[in-house]
Design a protein around this ligand. Sequence first.
Ligand code: SF4
Length: 416
Amino acid sequence: MTDHGIIVATTPLSEQYQQHFPDTAASPLATQQSVEAQLSGKTPLFSEVLAQTDFSTLQLIPADENRIKQALYAQKPEIADLAVLLSPVATAFLPELIQRAAQLTKQHFGAARQLFAPLYMSNLCANECTYCGFSMSQAVKRRVLNSEELLQEAEAVKALGHDQLLLVTGEHERKVGMDYFRRQIPLLRPLFSRLMLEVQPLTTIEYQELKQLGIDTVLVYQETYQQQAYQQYHLKGNKTDMRWRLDCPDRLGKAGIDKIGLGILLGLADWRLDAFYLATHLRHLQKHYWRSQFSVAFPRLRPCSGGIEPKVLVGDKELVQLYCAFRIFAPELELILSTRERARLRDLLLPLVITSISAGSKTQPGGYQVAPEALQQFSIDDERSPKEMAAVLTELGLQPVWTNWHPAFGRGSSCS
Ligand code: SF4
């Protein structure tokens, strides 16, 4: 970024996009990809859109006071408006961004704030991501919860008050793949009003089956959209195939998944550029899969066993700017904040922009009941229990929402 302009990279963005996707014919996932291509019909995949888009004109838009005010109050915000709001110049207008974002959050969500908890089903992983404590080279005790253990964990989460559950695994296709999900998801389905999933990217047909099994929401975070950085952090396993991951939300949209979660991991690369790419991705998906809803999260890299330090530091002020810019860009968007962030910052962001938070989280398989001493995927900062969190929300004048649907409306309807 420059002081005056929006996004400036060492090479034009259009060229960067074209460099992103080398020939994947040698990829172990190439066969699956060609099946997906046949299923894709005429809807272009996001990787194809990126490769053909020229964003160079955006670099010419000045981010001065007038342009920032225009972006703040745009009736139908464009990508260029978001780029202006993300610019370093806009940091000086943070009070205005906060005020506008809070106004839009209130207008679209009222006081309702969703609460959920993650349940780690497994920490097996066949990938090497240099920032993660579950990477295949890490000498941690591996565990895949069986049905009995999963039910114990689920009951422990329910006892905390939660009714919306995010199922999380490492990425291990062979041992924690569709066969495992087919066995376990039907056991958990009756216990929660909303079941979300964060696992390895799958095929459209597999997502269709997961929807039938009762999955409402699937999260698949790109981590970074910048190819060079992506390759630097993802060293082994299927996750090295950037395009397979990048086109995953298209497959979710084609499968008719109710809500699709996008995200980037802050700390890996230029956060403004990644946020800009993510916004482009969101607009592509909203255009083609308008029946689905979307959520976005911006987790910051946290310490973990054997993990790396952030290459790019994203301060609190910048995180607030990022969340506010996205609220203004997409007022209807679910914005998620996890327990990675400390209590004070969470309490500040909740009334302004956040509509969904985790609480009382354990980030290891068995962490609630079965094996609470096991190593976490990453350390958490906000240790408050869900009930304490609900009390904080009430004090802030907000309404904690535990249940995502009412039987009268059928499963899949959302408060957010
Ligand atoms: S980030 Fe995910 S895919 Fe990468 S090592 Fe960790 S669990 Fe595995």
